[in-house]
Ligand binder design. Structure first.
Ligand SMILES: Nc1ncnc2c1ncn2[C@@H]1O[C@H](COP(=O)(O)OP(=O)(O)O)[C@@H](O)[C@H]1O
Ligand SMILES: [Mg+2]
Length: 269
């Protein structure tokens, strides 16, 4: 048992089955794909599963207001607001939160704070340094650090939707920034799901880099909508360290009241 790999369930049962029970604990998993393929919904399932299991969740949202994330989740019967939510940068919470949101406002506030403290070096909300500082604050708010060190016991789920936002204007920096972020915030008890956006039509990523430092890559895509005249979504586990995993693609379904589920491709086995 000493070398047994602990698993973190994603909240999507078929995906967990495809991963021998879940993502190996402590992994950094990139979720890649073009718009509308289901990346954000996958993040919502992952967050909600954590809350159900009583684990602290850190949710970085750059693409949508968290209020809209909560609304979207409700359509799938995932009630994020049943849990104690704290927006980083707002007045200190009365009770210990279960979910810490880092949104654009949190990042703006943090950027101002570190710019003021940093001897004149200016930081933007979407700087990787700002993000790193905000995540470290979230670890503290959740009571996971003592004397700056992480408690080894509690497992934390970190979601960043999306990480591409932090290098949107400088895609060549993607690899360096991903590395910098991983060094600063990776802990063995933090399992991260990080969204990387791919451009529609070309399928090219906005800065290839995250995939290189990731322990896992879950890729989502859709058929050419003009050709097939419809939206057909797929998911494949391209890479996952420390585990055996399914090597074939799945059809992705997104349904009201249920959310994202996977079906094996017929005849693909
Ligand atoms: N309530 C719903 N019922 C069914 N499908 C939905 C519902 N809400 C959103 N969707 C589908 O999910 C898609 C968005 O998925 P999302 O995870 O936000 O994509 P992205 O990869 O861009 O993050 C929408 O384009 C729509 O097809
Ligand atoms: Mg999205």
């Amino acid at each position: 048992m000493r070398y047994a790999v602990e698993r973190v369930r994603t909240g999507i049962p078929e995906l967990d089955n495809a991963l021998e029970g879940g993502i190996p604990k402590g992994s950094w998993v990139a979720v890649t794909g073009e718009p509308g393929t289901g990346k954000s919904i996958l993040c919502i399932h992952y967050a909600y599963r954590g809350l159900i299991e009583g684990e602290p969740v850190i949710y970085v949202t750059t693409e949508a207001e968290f209020r809209d994330v909560v609304r979207q989740a409700k359509q799938f019967g995932l009630h994020l607001d049943d849990y104690e939510i704290f927006y980083l940068g707002s007045a200190p919470p009365a009770v210990k939160p279960q979910l810490v949101v880092i949104d654009i406002f949190s990042l703006l506030k943090k950027a101002k704070q570190i710019s003021a403290a940093g001897g004149g070096r200016w930081h933007a909300a979407l700087d990787i340094e700002t993000l790193t500082a905000a995540i470290q604050d979230a670890y503290e708010v959740l009571g996971l650090t003592t004397g700056g060190r992480m408690s080894p016991r509690r497992h934390v789920r970190l979601i960043i939707d999306s990480l591409s936002a932090f290098w949107a204007d400088k895609p060549a920096m993607a690899r360096k920034y991903s590395y910098q972020l991983k060094i600063a915030t990776h802990r063995e008890n933090v399992t991260a799901v990080l969204v990387s956006q791919y451009a529609p039509t070309t399928g090219a990523t906005f800065g290839y880099g995250l995939e290189h430092i990731a322990d896992g890559v879950i890729h989502l895509w859709m058929d050419n909508v003009e050709e097939v005249k419809g939206v057909r979504r797929y998911l494949i586990i391209k890479k996952m360290r420390m585990t055996n995993h399914s090597l074939t693609a799945y059809r992705v379904r997104i349904e009201p009241g249920k959310g994202l589920s996977l079906e094996p491709l017929s005849g693909a086995e």
